[in-house]
Ligand binder design. Structure first.
Ligand code: PEP
Length: 245
């Protein structure tokens, strides 16, 4: 049965990347919560590991969901500098970004590694925000569609149906992240359509890549867009609010 876009609740996710001290994180949340947060949408903040415990307290019972920006797939062991799914669960984190383009391209995370991380999310009941997207070279050589289809199929390989139904997928063309170049509505629709064909109707599909208040409105009218993953423009609570309002 086809699910209409309206049946997938919109999600607005802030990816703070390697920004903010604890005091800055607290003041962002307080300011955001001082205005309306309509329950017709979901809201998520993905923050650095050092901020997560403190944010859990400040967020409390509010509608904001809390995500880590990465994790390792093992529960514990000699993996200096890594964070495990068990450690994230322990402090009340519910979501994790997996496969952000900065992890893929700066830190060399492969599709195989990301698949292990997604399987670990499944095993520990963490909801992944799985990111994928093509580079400008892949787009220019006509390989954008093939790239994202491969990233999706290799990433979700072996996941059970319930995990895929509940996970969040973010299409983020690498050339649009942090560059000020947003994908056109036609490009977003084309790529989302490909992803949608390979996903259950319930899986939310976000767009990410230089989303700002002045381009969010048109992108949100696209039937294939269930919300956004926002980097730079989500560092300021007023700007983030403009995007979801
Ligand atoms: C991101 O970090 O996922 C992102 C889309 O960043 P920006 O909005 O700054 O392009």
């Amino acid at each position: 049965m086809m699910v209409q876009m309206s049946q997938r609740k919109p999600l607005f996710a802030a990816n703070w990347k390697m920004h903010k001290t604890s005091a800055e994180a607290t003041s962002f949340v307080r300011e955001l919560l001082s205005g309306p947060m309509p329950d017709s949408s979901d809201y998520l903040i993905a923050a650095s590991f050092t901020l997560l415990s403190g944010l859990r307290q400040v967020i409390g019972e509010s509608p904001i969901l809390l995500a880590a920006q990465n994790m390792f797939f093992e529960e514990q062991g000699a993996f200096t500098g890594e964070i495990s799914p068990l450690q994230l669960k322990d402090i009340g984190v519910t979501h994790v970004i997996i496969g952000h383009s900065e992890r893929r391209h700066i830190f060399g995370e492969s599709d195989e590694l990301l698949n292990k991380k997604l399987l670990a999310c499944q095993n520990y009941g963490l909801i992944p925000v799985f990111c994928l997207g093509e580079t400008s070279e892949e787009r220019e050589s006509g390989k954008a569609a093939e790239t994202i289809k491969n990233q999706l199929s290799l990433g979700i390989n072996g996941l059970n149906a319930a995990t895929v139904e509940n996970m969040i997928v973010a299409y983020e063309p690498v050339w649009a992240i942090g560059t000020g170049k947003t994908a056109s509505p036609e490009q977003v629709e084309e790529m989302h359509h490909l992803l949608r064909q390979a996903l259950p109707d319930t899986t939310r599909l976000l767009y990410g890549g230089s989303v700002k208040p002045d381009n969010s409105e048109i992108l949100l009218t696209l039937p294939s867009v269930d919300g956004f993953l926002v980097g730079g423009a989500a560092l300021d609570p007023a700007t983030f609010r403009q995007i979801f309002q």
